[in-house]
Design a protein around this ligand. Structure first.
Ligand code: FRU
Length: 547
């Protein structure tokens, strides 16, 4: 009898408790979500404790599992998989003998780290380069009907450089018969020997349909060189470009050359990207571009004004300090047709000093490049790829003009956000989003009406003392189509990307607050500012370690 009573009562007590726990949890969640005006929460670094483990580790920008990374390399697409290789030194968090690190993705947002793809050898370190799929097996390196994936890179011979020789860089290749999982170096390397030019590197190879041959573009100190080949093995020189064009305040590196159809006219033009270090508009490393035509041998610049004087009218892909050595993916299927770009989100000015401990550097978000024009000038625009929207949570919040002022306006528990603003006019005023933390550290991202420039001010962003150039305001030139000022700002834990005016003006910048920025305010000196806006908390992407 006793035992029967007990067996009846105990479950009922548990049931009563369960009910109350559920109610209490609901009440707590309600209070938590709606405590305070305009407050919302999302998954944060604080919540997950990841910030404590690895402060500043980006959550949706690609970074190496550990150790040093610089340029993106060898990006190609095959079997529904995007491959990304990158300059990698597995033994330290500063630059060293270069390898190619490797990662793959189905959507360019979530990544699987892979084992190192290329190691240095007797010909040298493995510097930057590209990869293509040799579908017609022009190289003869394919086996049993499997087309080879061929990676082109620069061999950099450190000892030769130190001995004073000029011939320490040359272009080499490696091939893969398993879709890019593993590579074998070509026995006849180098395929493009060095004729005596000190800086001679970063080959980007592409197929040129009209003359059924391969082209290679690479950087040679103050210009780019174009070579041609029928079989990817024997290369001959075509032409050079750039000695008298664009910016020459530093060494030219990591070029790319690709056709692109202009959005508005449907005309196909050729875009050449050339990174330069130093010489960027806000100091250190940056990427300039040229628009013209390419006939398989020569690149001819379209805009006369660009060629009039060195350094004049240089067009910059990104005005921020932290987008370098970026190039585009190869092998994107025609039915997709996008030009997908990825850059290294750092700057040689301070890349080796930034305050991360386990790893150094990340990549920008993958961006879609398009070609547009303003008046008579071509403009290469950049936007985050559409796949990025999978990280947007549903809890969008509108930003209205009532929220403006120097007081608390919008408090977000999320350290990852996307802010989209459309402002009618700002006259001579500043309008900006201030990202801040409780230590009083902040970064401002906005528009300065007096200067008619977008800007990022990271002077008080947190840890800045590692390099004297870091704590500064960066400005961008402006090219706009409409009268509106549009800002699309994407905030990760240690960096921000601004895609202004529908991708016409881009700014990418790192920052290193001591604790995450969990508050955002919109501020302006103009009281009757008219605008629409929204903020969306973002989720972290998934990065899986190499197996
Ligand atoms: C650009 C660059 C390339 C070179 C590589 C070496 O950042 O200097 O020119 O191939 O890095 O890591």
């Amino acid at each position: 009898m006793l035992s029967v009573t007990h067996t009846f009562k105990i479950p009922s007590i548990i049931g009563w408790h369960k009910l109350h726990y559920v109610c209490l949890i609901r009440i707590f969640l309600f209070l938590w979500l709606f405590a305070g005006e305009n407050t919302f929460f999302a998954q944060t670094w604080e919540n997950t404790k990841d910030w404590k483990k690895e402060p500043h580790r980006p959550t949706f920008h690609f970074s190496p599992d550990s150790m040093w990374m610089n340029d993106p390399n060898g990006m190609f697409y095959i079997d529904s998989t995007y491959h990304l290789f990158y300059q990698y030194y597995p033994k330290d968090i500063v630059w060293g003998p270069m390898h190619w690190g490797h990662a793959t993705s189905q959507d360019l947002i979530n990544w699987q780290h892979r084992p190192i793809a290329l190691y240095p050898d007797s010909l040298g370190y493995i510097f930057s380069g590209s990869a293509i799929i040799d579908i017609k097996n022009t190289s003869g390196l394919g086996r049993d009907g499997i087309p080879p994936v061929i990676a082109f890179f620069t061999h950099h011979h450190d000892a030769k450089e130190k001995s004073g020789s000029n011939q320490f860089q040359y272009q080499s290749m490696a091939y893969s018969l398993d879709g890019g999982k593993s590579f074998t170096k070509f026995a006849g390397n180098p395929v493009v020997p060095n004729p005596g030019i000190k800086d001679f590197r970063d080959p980007k190879v592409f197929w040129f349909e009209s003359d059924q041959s391969w082209k290679m573009i690479f950087a040679a100190y103050d210009h780019v060189r174009i070579y041609t080949s029928k079989n990817l093995i024997n290369w001959s020189y075509c032409s050079s470009f750039g000695k008298d064009n664009g910016c020459h305040d530093g060494v030219w590196e990591c070029p790319d050359l690709f056709p692109i159809k202009a959005e508005n006219t449907g005309t196909t033009k050729w875009v050449m990207l050339v990174s330069i270090n130093p010489g960027a508009p806000n100091g250190g490393s940056g990427t300039q571009y040229f628009v013209g035509d390419f006939d398989g041998t020569y690149f001819k610049l379209d805009d006369i004004s660009q060629s009039e004087e060195k350094n004049k009218n240089t067009q910059w892909l990104d005005f921020g300090t932290d987008n370098y050595a970026g190039v585009t993916w190869s092998g994107i299927p025609e039915k997709d047709g996008r030009k997908i770009f990825l850059g290294w989100m750092s700057n040689w000015q301070y890349a080796q000093q930034v305050p991360t401990k386990k790893w150094r550097s990340s990549m920008t978000l993958p961006r879609e490049l398009t070609l547009d024009s303003i008046e008579k000038e071509w403009v290469v625009t950049s936007k985050p790829i559409v796949e990025f929207s999978q990280l947007e949570t549903a809890s969008e919040m509108l930003i209205t003009d009532q929220m403006i002022g120097d007081t608390f306006l919008l408090q977000s528990g999320s350290t990852l956000n996307r802010y989209q603003l459309e402002i009618e006019h700002a006259q001579n005023n500043k309008v900006f989003i201030r990202l801040s933390n409780t230590l009083g550290q902040y970064t401002d991202v906005g528009y300065d009406g007096k200067l008619n420039k977008f800007y990022i001010d990271r002077r008080f962003s947190g840890i800045t003392s590692f390099n004297k150039n870091f704590a500064a305001i960066q400005y961008s030139d402006i090219r706009k189509k409409s009268g509106l000022i549009k800002m699309d700002i994407i905030q990760d834990v240690s960096g921000v990307e601004m895609f202004a005016d529908d991708g016409f003006t881009i700014m990418t910048s790192l920052f290193f607050p001591e604790i995450p920025y969990q508050k955002a305010t919109i501020q302006s000196t103009l009281t009757n500012l008219k605008f629409n806006g929204s903020v969306r908390p973002l989720k972290a992407a998934i990065f899986k370690s190499a197996r």
